[in-house]
Design a protein around this ligand. Structure first.
Ligand code: ADP
Length: 203
């Protein structure tokens, strides 16, 4: 019999792309409440790791500098998390749509994902004025105590990393899948735009 603790499924996914502060986590968590959706954030997965472990320390070091965690480590942990979520009955790969927040972030991760997933939609959250996002990150740093949100230099580096990788990563997917949403508007309008796109694309 196949070992159920290591079995990798074929996933049906929606990708959330966006620079820091664009709301991937906020909207991802909200979508998680919709029956049939499961939201998974790689950033949150990393923040939950034991910082005293060797791997936890290595990952924290990258995050503190605003750099990406290496692709292989990210993909292995990502897969392991989904297998565990499936085992405990939190996620049902055959029925549920996986909302991926922060994965993939590099062309290599895009290829890794494509080997085991069918991408149904890509929501690209962004806005022309990045200062709006910096302001949101300042507020989040105070509310959630996130170290990578508190330091100006680290925030700037995270934007640079995002801008350097996003288009290269998106070229691995069909343009038809991408819906760009402006996040400089009132939250209720973003919510309405997400609802409209989901209903049009998935219903
Ligand atoms: P944000 O998008 O606001 O930077 P996240 O919580 O999504 O916040 O990610 C925080 C950090 O976690 C990133 O700066 C990066 O160091 C790491 N990270 C998250 N997702 C990935 C990924 N797919 N690949 C590599 N590193 C990642």
């Amino acid at each position: 019999m196949e070992n159920p603790t290591t079995k990798v499924s074929h996933y049906h996914v929606i990708l959330l792309f966006g620079p820091p502060g664009s709301g991937k986590g906020t909207w991802g968590k909200l979508l998680d409440l919709v029956p049939g959706f499961y939201h998974f954030s790689t950033g949150e997965m990393f923040r939950m790791l034991d910082v005293d472990s060797e791997i936890g320390q290595h990952i924290m070091e990258n995050m503190r500098r605003g750099e990406l965690v290496p692709d292989e480590i990210t993909f292995d942990l990502w897969q392991q998390h989904l297998i565990n979520a499936t085992l405990i009955g939190r996620f049902h790969p055959q029925k549920d749509i996986l909302i991926l927040d922060g994965f993939p972030r590099t062309p290599k991760q895009a290829e890794m994902l494509k080997s085991i997933a069918d991408v149904k939609l890509i929501l690209k959250l962004d806005c022309a004025n990045r200062e709006i996002l910096v302001e949101r990150l300042h507020r989040r740093a105070i509310l959630e105590g996130r170290l990578d949100d508190a330091n100006q230099q680290v925030i700037r580096r995270r934007f640079e990393v995002y801008d350097a990788e996003v288009e290269k990563t998106l070229t691995h997917f069909s343009d038809n899948l991408i819906e760009a949403l402006d996040v400089a508007v009132a939250p209720v309008r973003i919510l309405s735009a997400i609802g409209e796109v989901m209903a049009r694309r998935l219903a």
